[in-house]
Design a protein around this ligand. Structure first.
Ligand SMILES: Cc1ncc(COP(=O)(O)O)c(C=O)c1O
Length: 368
């Protein structure tokens, strides 16, 4: 039973959780009648925990459309861990990988890769304050590249790669942290896809990795087991004691996503929410501006500014008054941002649009 008031979080991560999943989680944390154990106390080798573990992996496989050729892993360390593991596992010692630099997280992925190997920038929109994604014709791809790293959605600046490129000579490695399961991502050409779970899938601190099995054979350097995809895959993501509670919670969130209609429904809702919020913003061009350029605007992170940025505090206070929170922009860019992740109800987007309209109307009356 929920106690006190409930607010709606537009925070960029951890994201919000549906009330029914939270209710199920709080029930589940207490010792069950069958086992007399809380999931917090279950051995990671026990059949009771094993059920949650297998359920989460099977659900992720279905939702991602993984086939026999893919391995799906659950790993600690969020998406940032993959900034290190992907290059360590996939770039040959004297080899190279290509990176498309479209935002702060892409830049961090690149700098982590450079700790292990050579990593090139195929194109960057940093000179444009990451307001767009460099056009495909401008990408300077290297035919020797082990992979091309892309960020499918740029959380800080609010841009999104509308389509994955086709016809590349190397596999893609995709950081899909902020849009995973909110869009259909065809897996042909994808060597690996990874995401921190805390935005669209619930628990913070957990990373999901989908990787083509053939890439597990490469292993260009000798790695400690904990850093090796091959070792994690061989042990079914049970190499050591995994973050069991996070995986139990993930399985609840994935049950919810599947029960609501899976990726097609999450995708439909994402389109509807983004349409509602962007059209409210665009109807008041004298009040709001959108730094990200069309057609690259993100459907999951709507980044916006007040033309009069001195009113940011005022806007945020009015939002809080309506129980809408987490609308501050990323600390590196300021402004405002509404993150609309998979669990965000469409009605949440409507509530935000009403605030945007009312705030603009009040400013109009002040100015009149
Ligand atoms: C696109 C993207 N990649 C990576 C990260 C880092 O994720 P984590 O905190 O799970 O390491 C974030 C976090 O916001 C992100 O938005």
């Amino acid at each position: 039973m929920m106690q006190g008031k409930r607010v709606l979080s537009f925070g960029a991560g951890p994201g919000l959780w549906p009330d029914e999943v939270l209710a199920r989680a709080s029930e589940l944390i207490l010792p069950g009648p069958g086992t007399g154990l809380s999931p917090l106390e279950m051995s990671h080798r026990s059949p009771d925990y094993g059920e949650f573990h297998a359920r989460a992996l099977a659900s992720l496989r279905r939702l991602l459309g993984a086939g026999q050729e893919h391995e799906v892993l659950l790993l600690p360390g969020g998406a940032t861990m993959q900034f290190a593991m992907a290059p360590a596992n996939l770039i040959p010692v004297d080899g190279v990988a290509d990176y498309l630099v479209t935002g702060r997280w892409a830049r961090l992925a690149l700098s982590n890769a450079r700790k292990w190997a050579q990593a090139r920038v195929v194109a960057s929109s940093e000179g444009e304050a990451f307001a767009e994604i460099p056009a495909r014709e401008t990408w300077d791809l290297d035919e020797r590249a082990a992979y091309l790293h892309l960020t499918s959605n740029n959380t800080v600046v609010g841009t999104q790669l509308p389509l994955l490129p086709k016809g590349l000579d190397c596999p893609m490695v995709i950081d899909a942290s902020s849009d995973v399961l909110t869009r259909e991502l065809p897996l042909d050409g994808v060597g690996m896809l990874y995401a921190g779970a805390q935005k669209n899938l619930g628990p913070a601190g957990l990373g999901l990795v989908l990787i083509r099995r053939e890439l597990l054979e490469i292993m260009p350097r000798s790695l400690p087991a904990m850093l090796s995809y091959r070792e994690h895959a061989a042990r079914g993501s049970l190499l050591n004691t995994p973050p069991t509670l996070l995986i139990v919670l993930l399985s609840l969130m994935l049950d919810w996503i599947e029960g609501e209609g899976g990726v097609p429904e999450m995708c439909r809702r994402a389109d509807e929410r983004a349409e509602i919020v962007y059209s409210a913003l665009s109807s008041h061009p004298g009040v709001y501006s959108l730094p990200a350029r069309a057609p690259w605007r993100s459907r999951t992170n709507v980044v916006f500014r007040l033309v009069d940025s001195a009113r940011d505090g005022d806007f945020l206070a009015q939002a809080t008054g309506r129980d809408l929170v987490g609308l501050e922009g990323h600390r590196s860019v300021g402004g405002l941002r509404a993150s609309l992740y998979a669990p965000m109800p469409v009605d949440g987007a409507r509530r935000l649009a009403s605030l945007l309209d009312d705030f603009a109307a009040a400013l109009g009356r002040e100015g009149a």
